[in-house]
Ligand binder design. Structure first.
Ligand code: UGA
Length: 335
């Protein structure tokens, strides 16, 4: 049986990747610093389904400081999803946090892997590495991030490329496009719109110009990550992971209204620096290399996300948080 080290396991995407890895028979060493970017209790809840598996081990550790050698012991592959997220909030004095978590921690992990090689290194990159683009984004399109966050993710991707070229790292970097679905981070658009409607609050829309996003369902993204572990690839491969159908934000609001029932009032807010006008990813390389095709359209994925929001409101948080032994133990230490 093969073992994968999965960083950021308690995050939105990481927890889905973990569940898919277990379904496919992988053993997981899940690492997470449980940073307070959002409520660590919510991150522990994300572990609920992993927590009961004998194939899952949770390590509460920060990649910036932890001794990484023992963490890589017995590991065949690394999936590196841990990062400081958030496009518009990456300006100003918080930037060192982005540098530490997205650049320096990535470099530290790459050095550790150079010392103790693994069969495959999968890195979570982002559509935010691209510059403003009114057409389709191909892997060869101009890279000119509009936000400090995008710069930090591109730096991480470039580091992975350097280790692939010069240190024999077998890597795949996946550029995710606006991932959504159950457990989506609370700062993200669909999460905010659903919660606003369920609470009877107005939704906030940023910018005068209509923005479009190529929303990609989290289980499709997880399938690309897991597929990247074993696909035959050239070192330093970079792939877009996008559904391929940009949707305007006001149309997303309407879909949320249709799914939940009711009307969302809209509070218009100024443009947020770093928000690009439109994303649209071409994923034909991922289809060719991984055999990856997205399967979940926005209406279906949105219905699943809304069901998750509703379920969370019906269950007492304490019960969910204590769902598994690891979560309960870490919860005692962290919260
Ligand atoms: C998302 C993630 O937050 C990033 O971590 C990720 O790297 C990026 O996707 C990616 O594709 O690479 P973004 O698409 O900007 O970034 O995520 P959202 O916060 O969900 O925003 C989507 C759009 O909705 C933006 O145009 C934003 O301005 C708008 N929005 C967001 C609103 O109008 N109102 C809100 O309350 C929230």
């Amino acid at each position: 049986m093969n073992t994968v080290m999965l960083t950021g396991v308690a995050g939105f995407i990481g927890s889905h990747v973990g569940e898919m890895l277990l379904e496919r028979g992988w053993r997981i060493r899940g690492v997470d610093a449980l940073t307070d970017t959002y409520d660590p209790a919510a991150k522990l809840r994300n572990l609920a389904l992993l927590d009961h598996s004998p194939l899952f081990e949770f390590v509460h550790a920060d990649l910036a400081t932890a001794d990484l050698r023992p963490l890589l012991d017995g590991v065949d592959a690394v999936i590196h999803l841990a990062a400081e997220p958030g496009v518009s909030k990456s300006w100003g004095t918080v930037f060192p946090t982005y540098v530490n978590r997205n650049v320096l921690s990535t470099q530290r992990l790459l050095e550790a892997v150079a010392e103790r090689p693994v069969d495959r290194f999968v890195y979570a990159s982002s559509s935010s590495v691209y510059g403003p683009n009114s057409g389709t984004m191909h892997e060869s399109s101009v890279l000119a991030p509009l936000s400090p966050y995008g710069v930090s993710k591109l730096a991480g991707e470039c580091l992975v490329g350097a280790y692939a070229q010069e240190r024999q790292l077998s890597s795949v970097s996946l550029r995710f496009f606006s991932v959504y679905g159950p457990r989506q981070r609370p700062d993200m658009a669909i999460h905010r719109f659903v919660e606003a409607l369920l609470d009877g609050r107005p939704a906030e829309i940023y910018g005068q110009q209509v923005q479009l996003r190529d929303f990609t369902y989290v289980e499709d993204v997880a399938a690309a990550v897991v597929g990247s572990l074993t696909a035959s690839v050239a070192p330093g491969t970079v792939l877009n992971i996008a559904y391929g159908d940009p949707v305007a934000i006001p149309d997303v609001l309407r879909m949320v209204e249709a799914e939940i029932g009711g009307r969302l009032d809209v509070a218009q807010r100024p443009h947020r620096a770093g928000d690009t006008g439109r994303t649209h990813g071409d994923s034909s390389a991922a289809r060719e290399v991984l055999g990856w095709v997205p399967t979940v359209d926005l209406a279906t994925g949105l219905a699943r996300q809304v069901a998750w929001h509703r379920a969370l409101r019906q269950r007492p948080v304490e019960t969910v948080a204590a769902a598994g032994p690891v979560a309960a133990d870490v919860r005692r230490q962290v919260l």
